[in-house]
Structures are given as C-alpha cells and as structure tokens.
Design a protein around this ligand. Structure first.
Ligand code: MIG
Length: 750
C-alpha cells in the first residue's frame, strides 16, 4: 500500500513536470494526450482508471484522432475531429437517440425527475466518453479524463468543454466496437460479478410499508407465481427518513421481516441516502458532527440543505476516514439481515440547492492522494465515493457474500462499485421506447448492469403499457418494477388476467434464460463487454443497423425484437425466432437465436436460488454446415470461491451428421465438479422449437429439422396493433398526474 502511494506520488510529480504538449501510448490500443498547460494536481488521481497511466512509447505518426486544446471564456476545451460519416455512441446515461451525432451532453449529475429539466441533457450520472464507429466497422473511444463540471457536443468535431484547468484525453483504437469496449474495461475496470439473486426479478415501490405490507407483497408474488428474487424498501421504512434507522412503529423488527422473506427465498434491499438529518441525539449525526465528517460550505461551516429528513449535513466521502465511518455504519446495518443496498439521492440531490444540488463552492477535504477541492471538481464523484463506502461495509458485514449496491449516481469507471437504474422515468410509451437507447448507451459507456423502472416510475401506468413494458424490458440487465408515491399500484396481478399472464410469461422467460444471462454477467466481469448490446454489434460492417434502437441484443447470441417495433432493421443471416410458449400472447418480444449459436436455458423456478442450473435445455440454431457453439458459466451464485477456481466453464458444441444434430458439453475451465447434467436439445427452426427428451449426461442427439426460411421475414411476423406514436406523451402523462394529485389534495412527491 505504502509503495503504491509512493509510486503514484512519483508519477504525479513526473506529470506535474509536463510542460510542452505531450502524448504517448499507454497500451497497444490507447494513447494519452496532454495539453501544454496540463494541471495534474487538478485532475489526478483519475478515478476512471484502475491505475495511473504509464508511458509505453511513442504515438505512431499515423494515429488518426488527436485532441486540439484551447480555452473559451476561461473554460478548458479539447476538440477532436473525427470522420464526417462516423456513427457516435456512448456519452453515458442520456435521453434521446442511440446514435449520439449532433447532441449535447452535460456532465453534471442531476436529480432529474421525468428527465424534464435541461431537456434531459444531464441526468444522474456522467460519462465523459464517446464511442465512434467508422463505416468500415473500425472503432474508437475517447475519454476526457475530467470529473469537473463540463459538457460535450458530438459532431464531426467532438468538443469537450470543462470549467476546469486543462485536462488530458485518452483515445482508444480498435478493429471494432467490441475491441474498444474491452480496452475501456481493461483501463477502467469491470463490474465485479454480482450475486445471482441480483439478476432475478426485483419488486419495488415507493414505498412498501409497514412491514405487514411487505410480507403481503412477498406472499402475493409467491401465490400469484411471479418469479422474483427481492423486495425493495424505499425511504418510508426509516424513522423520520433518518438513514440507518428503522421506524419503530412500522418496522419494529427488521430481523424478523428479513427472516420471513428469506424463508420464501426472497432478499431484502433497503434504501440509504447520503443526507444525515441535523438532530442532536441521532447517532449518525452525532458521530459525523463530533468527528467533523461533513462537507463544508464556502465559509467553512457544515454545508446544510434540505432533503427528505429536513435539514441535513452531507458526509464528505472524498475523505478515506469518512468512507471508513460510513462502511462501519453500513456493516452494523447489514447485520440486521439486509441483503442489498439502494443508494439514492447521491447526485447529490438538495431540494432548494442551486440547480438542485450543493453550491459549487462547497468544500471537500479529500485525502490519500485526492487533494482538497471544491464541489465543482468532486460533484460528479459524490455518488461513486459513496457506493465505494457502501460496498466496503457490506463486505465487512458479510465477507462471504458478493455485495450488491444499486446507485442512482455514478461516474465513468464506477461500474467497479455498483449497478444502476435510470432514475425517475415516467409511465409513458415515450419512456419505454427511450429506455432502450438509454440502457444501450450506458452499456456502451462501461456500465453493463443497468435498467429503468419497469412500468414507469412517475404517473399512473396503464394495463397495455405495463404488459408491453414487461414483454419488452424483461431482458434488460437490471429488471425491477418500481413506482412513485401517489400513483396507482403497479403489481401486474392488479390489471386483470390478460396483463397478469403476459407479465408472468415475460418474467418466466427471464428465469429460463438465467444460465445464459449469468454467463453474460460473468463475461462482462472479465472483459467489460456489455450484456445488453445494440443490434449493430451483430454485424459491425452492416451500416443499416447503426440507428436501430428498438431491437437490441442480449449478449452475442440473442436478438430481442419488441412486438411494437414494426419493420425493424435486423442483421442478415438465418436468425431464428425461439418458440418459448405453446401459445403466442401477441405481446412477448420475438427472441431470435443467431445462426451457429447455442444458448443454455433451464426450467422456470420462483427464485434464482430454486433454479436447477444442471437441468439444461440447449437451444441450437445450426449454421449452414450444421454446426453451432456456445458457452456456459457456472458457480455457486454467491461468495468468492469462484475466484480461486471454484467455477466451471463449458464449451457447448453442436455438429450434424446423417441428419442428426449432436450436442455436447465440455468443461474447459475451472475446478468446480458440477453435479451431473440432465440435458435436452431444442432445435430452433422457422419460428418453432423442437425438443428432444431429457437425458442424463453431457452428450445428446436429435434429428435435425429441415428449414424453409433462410431469414426472418419481418413482414410476416404478427405485430402488436399498438402504435406507440399515438399514445399520450410524457408531458401529457405528467399533466394528468398533477391534476389527479391536486384533486385529491396530495402533494406531488418525487
Ligand atoms: O426524491 O426515495 O429515484 O426511485 O422512489 C425522490 C423515493 C427520492 C428518487 C428515486 C426513486 C425513489 C424516490 N427517490
């Protein structure tokens, strides 16, 4: 540890000495460019990278993309000229199109209800990162290594502007976007493998309380046979919104509630916000105040602002000792049987604050290698530092469990600490449609584990919207139904049999796909590849796919085509739609299997802990040579033994001989001696799935199915009659909701 600090201090001084504009390679595929007046003290250490960048030689003469540095009205600017017909993506959690050409993004994390403020140009997270794709399929990535307040416009000139001293820019080059994303993962780190239960369905509401209501929801989920892994407790479980407390009246015995949930294979996730109520005698406040742990205002007093509990102070998470304190609080709290944490409001949100947050001149003390500095520099890192502390506390409490933290706010590189949801969306068709490019672009910005509130948060949902939301969004990396206060209840069984069945079928599909989904999460944790991917990644040379933002991919092998996404652009080749159910309900998305792919499925269960991962259906779509392949990753689903070899990776291979498809599983990696498998084949052809019987063992055969169609004919598919463009706009939904609240005399609470 000491050496590490010494080492980075040396590097810091080396960089401080940099005067003339300099550039060097930091890896085979990436170069860093320093402005002549680079101010290392204002930017280092970089929270984005796993370690400080080390020079690895000269940047070749023919390196294509380089920043030009300038200043504008006292702001530091870096401009990079790219190809006129390149397609741009990434830029983090954003509203708008998948293709980011001609957009502006603001890097200033913001509590942005309904994405209404600033035309949605800044939301809860910041990712100063652009991914570019050239027409020939080659790709590049650009990082502005800067945490300060800034913005980016994405035209042929990609222009980063920051209210900071001059900053360095990193450019990655790759043969395709996958290579660039892997390089981003290598430099900025990858998501730690989450516990399997976090991949299951999540049921949430603002708020389920008292505890009897929580039990009711758990019971309903089980009685209605809605597979689910966790229930979520929003702020109302607390005693007057004071963090790390439980309301003695409504949650008198959290341990007992947790035991109740666990007995039904359900986890409990609780919300913890950063704001600490200013109140003598409240232990969190007393400790923080006595130790002087809070963020200061410009005068040197504790910065104070109103959030849910009333007047609050805010922990200065830039300080290692404050993070340690917070980790300790988290540890004690976790020991009450809490399974996961939900860190909200860490943008940070301050109700009457300038722009809804702390003043830019609020002061953070830093520590270790982080210098003290203003909020202007650390604002975008507030959430990231907070969830670092949360994560550590969870590990202290339960060293044998993988921590799961869901954070609203974060920054480029923050995938190392937590997952995310996309904040306060609305129950509108617009936002259902929007959630696809938003989740995709965040996935293309280093954060694979994310997804929106299913059914929509603000405003009342409606039966059709809810059914389509489940049918469309159940394949997102993070899948949680969540709903705002003052809105009608949003549990699917309240909307009649049809909607209930559609939603259940969708959730059941997710659980069936879990062996494949878990394998994708493992891949993401190893090499940074997104779990949910834009369809252009199916064929990076096919420029017809570059703007398609309704269809998406789950991993490399599945294409998801929502029922309402008429006439989509899809890749060429003999993709085949998987038949999951006997009867088509006309809502479920079309899920197509790539030619030459094998995807492992299991039988549905009510929670991931009940899944039998050794009973497998191997869905095969043989290519023109009758061959196919796939991968399966397995481990205990929680804990860290996989890190010392207790896992298994299987290569799945199919070949065809004399009209018989033979599929075999072969363990190629890991020491885990998994129990014997029961396997069957499902041959996917022309929209039908033909199954073999189950059989014990690692090898199985089935007669091949002759195909007529050589590709998916989208004109022939049975589309839903719904036309999203004709549905009420988000603004309209907001207006209706406000009217409703006014009539009932309720305040809009968000
Ligand atoms: O100011 O905790 O985005 O998911 O339900 C609103 C209440 C605070 C915002 C979160 C939302 C959560 C709500 N929170």
């Amino acid at each position: 540890m000491k050496y590490k600090i010494l080492f980075s201090a040396c590097l810091l001084s080396v960089c401080l000495g940099v005067k003339a504009q300099q550039a060097y390679m930091i890896d085979q595929k990436a170069a860093v460019f320093y402005p002549a007046d680079y101010d290392a003290a204002a930017h280092l250490p970089s929270p984005i990278f796993l370690q400080e960048l080390v020079p690895q030689g000269q940047v070749p003469e023919n390196w294509k993309i380089r920043p030009v540095y300038s200043t504008e009205n006292g702001k530091s600017v870096a401009t990079l000229t790219v190809g006129a017909d390149d397609d741009l993506y990434g830029t983090g959690e954003v509203t708008g199109e998948l293709r980011r050409n001609g957009k502006e993004v603001i890097f200033w994390n913001k509590d942005n209800y309904g994405y209404f403020a600033n035309e949605g140009k800044n939301l809860y997270q910041s990712h100063p990162w652009v991914l570019g794709l050239r027409k020939d399929g080659t790709a590049y990535g650009i990082i502005a290594d800067n945490t300060w307040k800034g913005s980016c416009t994405t035209n042929q000139q990609i222009k980063f502007t920051f209210e900071s001293p001059a900053f360095r820019v990193i450019v990655i080059e790759g043969k395709d976007s996958k290579e660039v994303l892997k390089e981003l993962g290598k430099l900025s780190g990858t998501m730690e493998l989450p516990p399997l239960w976090a991949l299951g369905f999540q049921q949430c509401r603002y708020s389920y309380f008292p505890d009897t209501r929580v039990k009711e929801i758990i019971d309903s989920l089980r009685i209605e046979r809605f597979p689910c892994d966790a229930v979520w407790m929003d702020i109302d479980y607390m005693d007057q919104f004071k963090v790390f407390t439980f309301d003695p009246k409504t949650f008198p015995n959290p341990k007992e509630l947790q035991d109740y949930a666990h007995a039904k294979n359900m986890k409990c996730v609780y919300m913890i916000d950063p704001g600490v109520k200013v109140e003598d005698g409240y232990f969190v406040y007393d400790q923080g105040n006595a130790a002087n742990y809070f963020v200061k205002d410009a005068k040197g007093d504790n910065f104070q602002g109103r959030v849910w509990p009333g007047q609050c102070n805010f922990p200065d998470y830039t300080r290692p000792e404050v993070r340690t304190w917070w980790s300790g609080l988290t540890r004690d709290y976790m020991l009450k049987g809490v399974d996961g944490l939900w860190n909200d409001m860490n943008d940070p949100s301050v109700f009457e604050g300038v722009d809804g947050t702390m003043s830019v001149d609020a002061w953070h003390m830093g520590g270790e290698s982080y210098p003290q500095a203003s909020h202007l520099r650390y604002h975008n890192l507030y959430g990231t530092f907070m969830i670092q502390a949360s994560r550590q506390g969870m590990l202290w409490a339960k060293p044998n469990n993988r921590p799961f933290v869901l954070s609203r706010s974060n920054f480029l590189g923050g995938q190392r600490y937590g997952a995310t949801w996309n904040g306060d969306n609305m129950s509108s068709w617009e936002h259902l449609l929007l959630s696809i490019p938003m989740t995709l672009n965040l996935s293309l910005s280093g954060q694979p584990f994310n997804g929106p509130d299913m059914g929509g948060f603000g405003a009342d949902t409606d039966p059709e919207l809810l059914a389509h939301w489940y049918a469309t969004g159940i394949y997102f990396p993070f899948a949680r139904n969540h709903n705002a206060k003052g809105c009608i209840d949003q549990e699917p069984w309240l909307f009649g049999k049809k909607v209930e069945d559609v939603c259940r079928t969708a959730v059941e599909r997710r659980y069936k796909l879990m062996p494949y989904i878990y394998t994708l999460f493992h891949e993401a944790s190893i090499n940074g590849m997104p779990i949910m991917r834009p369809i252009f990644m199916a064929d990076e040379k096919d420029t017809n796919l570059r703007s398609e933002q309704r269809v998406y991919m789950l991993g490399n092998d599945l294409m998801i085509i929502p029922r309402w996404a008429k006439n989509p652009a899809i890749p060429t080749g003999d993709w085949d739609i998987i038949q999951f159910e006997e009867k088509d309900d006309l809502y479920q998305a079309f899920v197509a299997l790539r030619p030459g792919a094998i995807v492992p499925l299991t039988e549905v269960a009510q929670s991931t802990s009940e899944l039998d991962m050794n009973t497998l259906t191997l869905l095969v779509n043989p290519d023109e040579n009758g061959q196919a392949s796939g991968t399966l990753y397995q481990d205990a689903g929680d804990g860290f033994e996989y890190k010392t070899g207790s896992y298994a990776i299987y290569e799945i291979k199919a070949s065809t001989e004399d009209g018989m498809v033979k599929v075999s599983l072969n363990q190629t990696e890991g020491k885990l001696q998994a129990p014997q498998k029961r396997i069957r084949i499902g041959i996917v052809a022309d929209g039908k799935t033909t199954y073999s019987e189950y059989k014990d063992g690692m090898e199985i055969s089935l007669k091949n199915v002759k195909e007529k169609e050589k590709s998916i004919n989208t004109a022939k598919l049975k589309w839903s009659a719904i036309d999203p463009a004709k549905e009420p706009s988000t603004q309209e939904k907001l207006r209706i909701q406000m009217e409703k609240m006014q009539k009932s005399g309720q305040a809009m609470e968000w």
